[in-house]
Write a protein that binds this ligand. Structure first.
Ligand SMILES: Cc1cc2nc3c(=O)[nH]c(=O)nc-3n(C[C@H](O)[C@H](O)[C@H](O)COP(=O)(O)O)c2cc1C
Length: 327
């Protein structure tokens, strides 16, 4: 995100109180286009974590995705750790999460378990390959995602977990009929590094730099002109990062690691404070770019430099910032 600069507008004639960050996600109004992204669930200790994150999501008025529900699908006892999110936040936006390789019956059960507003199908190939116990057979992926997208009654989001989505992948995914992507780009939580530490006999640090950054992934996917709705995630660490992602063309953003750290080092109130800080920073960026609404923010000019610019050149990604834009 440091490679992106939004352009300061000194004569921004706006009232802070008129700046509107609200967003409609899956038919429900939330305070800003933010999801506490998928992290956990499956045991008693994790029930407390999900309860804390759900309380924070409700109080701050943002969306939340639960972590992979695979354990909840296997063991009845594990389901509580996911269901607690709906108990805490009966009217909020809650998103289910399963592996993209899951059969459609499992996806339906995961959605029903928490009365989810949408479901994330996660793609985590580098993580699986770096885990001793990880999957090695991904040959059913395309068929399974297509079946789910065409069968299930809630919006489906195909989600990476920290390695990004390329333009080729975006084009291939379009054949499944999926409409929402969560880019999960490189730059934040790094599962290749985590697994390298966890599994000493594995691939070590060889793949710790693997992947496409969130900025480059966003620009790659936008360059396909496929009308995806996009969550930018992976390394979003401030309200300014949120503003940058929205200016680059994301519809919403996801943040995971920082909220878990805030909860573990404090209480659910600490998570609320972190979200309010992001909201304040987003509003500041909006005022300084002369944007009273998210629609206006999306039209603002931006500049790209450094490795991101080099990547886009090398990949033939057209940069819309080089065309004239409204101020
Ligand atoms: C502790 C932890 C557990 C995670 N578990 C899942 C998961 O079960 N399913 C999933 O789709 N993503 C999972 N993720 C990935 C996040 O949803 C997110 O895509 C990734 O961490 C990048 O965002 P960040 O840099 O804001 O952390 C997990 C992340 C963390 C930190």
């Amino acid at each position: 995100m440091d490679d992106i600069c939004l352009v300061h507008q000194a004569f921004s004639c706006l009232d802070w109180d008129d700046i509107d960050t609200s967003y409609n996600m899956f038919g429900k109004n939330i305070s800003m286009p933010l999801v506490i992204n998928a992290m956990t669930g499956g045991s008693d200790q994790l029930t407390a974590i999900n309860r804390g994150l759900a309380k924070a999501a409700k109080a701050a008025g943002v969306a939340m995705a639960v972590g992979s529900q695979s354990l909840g699908l296997k063991e009845q006892a594990s389901q509580k750790s996911f269901m607690v999110t709906r108990e805490e936040n009966p009217d909020g936006v809650i998103i289910a999460n399963v592996s993209a390789i899951s059969p459609v019956e499992d996806v339906v059960r995961a959605v029903d378990m928490i009365n989810a507003d949408a479901v994330q199908l996660h793609l985590n190939l580098p993580q699986e390959l770096s885990m001793e116990e990880g999957d090695r057979n991904f040959s059913n992926l395309c068929r399974r995602v297509t079946e789910t997208v065409n069968t299930i009654g809630v919006p489906v989001i195909v989600k990476e977990v920290g390695f990004g989505i390329s333009k080729e992948t975006a084009m291939k995914l379009a054949q499944t009929g999926v409409y929402w992507l969560d880019l999960g780009g490189k730059g934040g939580t790094n599962f290749a590094a985590i697994e390298a530490k966890r599994f000493a006999q594995g691939m070590g640090n060889v793949f710790v730099d693997w992947g496409i950054t969130t900025v480059c992934s966003l620009l790659e996917v936008k360059s396909t002109n496929i009308p995806y709705k996009i969550f930018a995630s992976g390394g979003i660490r401030s309200g300014l990062d949120i503003a940058k992602a929205l200016v680059l063309g994301a519809d919403a953003v996801g943040v995971a690691g920082p909220f878990l750290k805030a909860l573990l080092n404090g209480t659910y109130q600490t998570v609320i404070e972190q979200i309010m800080k992001y909201e304040n920073e987003l509003k500041t960026a909006m005022l300084l770019t002369g944007s009273a609404s998210l629609e206006q923010l999306a039209e603002k000019p931006w500049v790209i430099s450094g490795n991101s610019r080099e990547w886009c050149r090398g990949r033939g990604v057209e940069l819309s910032c080089l065309r004239s834009q409204k101020v």
